[in-house]
Design a protein around this ligand. Structure first.
Ligand SMILES: *[C@@H]1O[C@H](CO)[C@@H](O)[C@H](O)[C@H]1NC(C)=O
Length: 438
């Protein structure tokens, strides 16, 4: 090559291919660390913290996340990220990348809990009786953080990332409605994050296979015949019948379930009677049951009904059982895809080091992310947000709940790194058969 030709080529390269010089090309294994540094930059991190605090001050319950949803859309607008709205009343779905397959989703839930915040700080909830006591405010901030990272690195995406902001995770089954409204159309895999107050920032935990239990709820009305407490022979006592019912229900897990197949049945509601000397007409009881397979859940459901009707009849009462009281629905178990688990361990390990990636025991809690996992491979994991200034970790769903915002950068960077890796080389190894047995 002549010298002048070479100079000409260098000239062309310098002026026409400037981005190559402006931005170092990242190898896939460099992506996680590089995304984490990006998320820790003041302008990105402070912006995420600001979003989290704004949402924390204005908590909204399931299917009422109107302001939260508006804030999400405003931030997507500012970043120039297209989205569709509404899904499931307040849900938003954003799109980053080529607009072509493969489509892979990352998800955040937006709803708060009916709880009065007891933490005194500058950004305490301004909505009386409502609080972000499960960290969903942080989940939204991390998903927007991931959106910013991905938008800045969209040249790395050879496919489309679908940002799923869903309503009503806390018992409302928002995920189910998002699916019914088409939020997962064409999407082939999905990732979801939950905050953890037991791990410090920089640590994550999860496992392959069953992670969280499936759950159901029941309510029963046990009716007898009310009367004078001193003349029981003229009444049919539903308090005693309900008490027998509750004791008998305890036998389902202790005597009928396989001890190695973890299950829980708890009666949390018992209402009946107002006076010391009156036998009431009826008693209402209610509770929840949990298990790690749909089969065990359905078995419990059937036996709960039989035991309630049968035990009520023993004491001459009638009973009705309702499994959909207060619009509660069944949640399937949250079961992590094993191939996505391998991908997660690689990516999280590159970002946080092997010591930062913990294996966890399954929990009996439930999560409506499981609805997504019923139709496509999905992966759910916990990101450390322990407030290390406290002696004892705070618990989710407690009015004293706090998080360490330092964890936001890790969550955002992991979301973004996982989908880049999935699209680049992860999807070919994913077993797309769904779990139908555990
Ligand atoms: C139970 O239901 C039967 C049939 O409807 C009725 O005859 C009976 O009085 C009811 N018993 C009580 C205690 O409500």
């Amino acid at each position: 090559m002549s010298c002048s030709k070479l100079l000409f080529l260098i000239f062309i390269h310098l002026f026409l291919c400037k981005p190559i010089f402006a931005e170092k090309i990242l190898s896939l294994s460099e992506v996680p660390k590089s995304f984490l540094s990006f998320a820790k930059k003041d302008e990105v991190f402070d912006w995420m913290v600001g979003i989290r605090r704004k949402i924390h001050e204005n908590p909204e319950l399931g299917y009422e996340e109107f302001e939260t949803s508006k804030l999400v859309r405003q931030e997507l607008d500012k970043m120039g990220i297209p989205y569709k709205y509404p899904f499931a009343i307040t849900g938003v779905v954003g799109y980053i990348g080529t607009g072509e397959p493969p489509f892979v989703a990352i998800r955040a839930d937006m709803d708060a809990l009916p709880l009065q915040e007891m933490v005194e700080w500058d950004h305490k909830s301004k909505n009386h009786g409502k609080m972000h006591a499960c960290g969903h405010d942080a989940h939204v901030a991390m998903l927007l953080g991931a959106a910013k990272i991905l938008q800045q690195h969209s040249h790395l995406l050879k496919g489309t990332v679908v940002l799923v902001f869903q309503p009503a995770e806390e018992g409302g089954g928002g995920a189910k409605k998002m699916i019914e409204d088409g939020a997962l159309e064409n999407v082939e895999a999905i990732f979801g994050i939950h905050s953890s107050t037991f791990l410090p920032p920089g640590e994550v935990s999860t496992r392959s296979g069953p992670l969280l239990a499936g759950s159901g709820f029941f309510e029963a009305v046990i009716s007898g015949r009310g009367g004078h407490a001193a003349i029981p022979q003229h009444s049919i006592d539903p308090i005693l019948a309900a008490s027998n019912v509750i004791v008998s229900l305890q036998h389902l897990v202790s005597r009928e379930a396989d001890p190695l197949d973890s299950q829980v049945l708890t009666v949390g509601k018992f209402q009946g009677g107002d006076a010391f000397n009156v036998i009431p007409d009826f008693v209402t009881i209610g509770g929840t049951f949990r298990a790690f397979s749909s089969e065990s859940l359905l078995h419990l459901k059937q036996r709960i009904k039989q035991v309630i009707l049968g035990q009520a009849a023993v004491l001459r009462c009638n009973a009705t059982v309702n499994f959909e009281a207060e619009n509660k629905i069944f949640f399937p178990p949250t079961v992590n895809n094993n191939d996505l688990h391998k991908l997660f361990k690689t990516v999280a390990g590159e970002m946080l080091g092997a010591a930062g990636v913990k294996e966890m025991q399954p929990l009996m809690g439930s999560e409506d992310f499981s609805f997504y996992q019923e139709i496509i491979p999905g992966y759910f994991f916990f990101v450390g947000m322990k407030d290390e200034t406290l002696e004892q970790p705070t618990f989710h769903h407690s009015p004293h709940f706090t998080i360490n915002e330092g964890g936001l950068a890790v969550g955002a960077a992991l979301h973004a790194s996982l989908v880049v890796r999935y699209i680049s080389d992860g999807r070919t190894v994913i077993d797309h058969r769904l779990h139908d047995e555990l």
